[in-house]
Design a binder for this molecule. Structure first.
Ligand code: CTP
Length: 403
């Protein structure tokens, strides 16, 4: 989510300035590119060296080159402001808040602010009476009326020794505001995506099952990629050892095909996009023994009955605005067979896997696929990690449906 995002942090002169070192750390760790600009008095509370080291970028507070004042070089406030995807003021003192509210540009940071065109977040920090003062309240409202986003101060012990509202929000809280903002800007923001993944196990008796070697890696990678792109993701996951690391993905664990069908049917009506990558077991034992089956001394014959087809079932119910993507695993006449599945199951896309190639598909970390669309597109996606491939598949869909 933060990868490649350029965050400009404005730090003004309050005791909470020391906490911005943690905020810089959180942002950099999440993959953001961070630049810090200080108000002149912020340097009394946090050193440029700490912030430069953590942000891995030079820190500025003057118009002229701070390292060599005689060099004649200057720090370009406009360039810096236009560089940013997002600007965050933390902490924002009552004084700097008042300057921003009135467009006063008496230092380098304020000049950067007035030149910025990106979204601006601000986290005020001051003593409780200052925070309650009508002038402060009016200034906060004014910044909100400019379209800036308030990260409200919190209650607690203040530097003055008083207790009350005025403490800067914790770095984690500021980080989560920025995260939510980026999510709302992400290409799949507001979209609900349903994904199924993994194998299904069909019970023979309490300890044995009929199943397959699917790892679930591709489907889990798709779920993680969709969540990173801002979608609300429901993942119906068969028995897979793959861990889902993104806490915002709603995971429903199932075992059999019938359980997977039930969970998918429940989530399907509200899903905008549905991607069915699970390696569903086509058959299940006709009878499930209640007790563990004993050896009989002879051969054992299992009577298998066909399972419901989840993709076909959902394809028959698909609404005009819903996008349905199936997978196909083929060992011969791959493209023709995949096309047949696309038609028969009423999909919009089929992701074709060819199981006869090395380092692809089941159990591997890499894959190479061909995307077939209902309208006849053929898009080969070359061999790469399943994680990268998941992003590429979603990017194709995002481009196609111009989300
Ligand atoms: N699928 C499904 N329910 C089933 C079987 C398959 O939802 N009972 C879905 C898979 O999740 C996949 C697509 O159908 O998205 C194609 O699966 P695949 O195993 O390639 O093909 P099958 O339809 O099972 O046909 P066959 O095994 O005969 O190739």
């Amino acid at each position: 989510m933060f990868s490649g995002k350029k965050v400009l942090l404005g730090v003004t002169g309050g005791i909470a300035a020391y906490k911005t070192t943690y905020l810089v750390r959180l942002l950099v760790k999440a993959g953001a590119e961070v630049r810090v600009v200080l108000s002149p008095s912020a340097r009394d509370f946090v050193t440029p060296l700490s912030l430069a080291t953590l942000s891995k970028n030079p820190v500025h507070w003057e118009y002229i080159n701070e390292e060599d004042e005689d060099s004649g070089e200057w720090n370009n406030h406009v360039e810096l402001a236009l560089w940013a995807d997002l600007m965050v003021f933390a902490p924002l003192t009552a004084n700097s808040l008042a300057k921003m509210a009135n467009g006063q540009s008496d230092n380098f940071l304020m000049a950067v602010y007035l030149s910025a065109k990106c979204p601006v977040y601000f986290a005020p920090a001051m003593d409780l009476d200052m925070y309650q003062h009508p002038a402060t309240k009016a200034n906060i409202e004014k910044l909100k009326s400019f379209g800036h986003f308030l990260i409200p101060a919190e209650s607690g012990e203040l530097a003055s020794g008083l207790e009350g509202e005025g403490r800067m929000a914790e770095p984690e809280t500021i980080f989560s505001h920025i995260h939510k903002h980026l999510l709302s800007q992400a290409p799949l923001a507001g979209k609900k995506v349903l994904i199924n993944a993994g194998p299904t196990y069909e019970a023979i008796d309490p300890v044995r099952f009929v199943g397959n070697r699917s790892s679930g890696k591709m489907g889990v990678a798709l779920a993680e990629a969709a969540a990173k792109k801002g979608a609300q993701v429901s993942l119906v996951l068969g028995p897979s050892v793959v861990q889902v690391t993104n806490p915002s993905i709603h995971v429903e664990r199932v075992e059999s095909t019938q359980e997977m069908l039930d969970a998918c049917e429940k989530a399907f009506p509200s899903a905008d996009w549905t991607i069915l990558s699970a390696a569903v077991s086509d058959y299940r034992p006709a009878e499930v023994a209640v007790q563990k089956m004993k050896k009989s001394g002879g051969n054992l014959q299992l009577d298998l009955v066909e399972n419901p087809d989840i993709l076909k079932t959902l394809g028959a119910k698909k609404g005009a605005d819903q996008v349905l993507v199936g997978f196909a695993l083929e060992t011969e006449n791959a493209e023709a067979n995949a096309q047949k599945k696309l038609d028969k199951k009423n999909c919009d896309w089929i992701v074709l896997n060819q199981a006869d190639k090395e380092a692809r598909g089941f159990g591997h970390d890499t894959n190479e696929v061909l995307l077939l669309s209902r309208s006849g597109d053929r898009l080969p996606l070359t061999l790469k990690s399943k994680k990268e491939l998941a992003h590429e598949i979603l990017d194709v869909l995002i481009d196609y449906y111009s989300v």
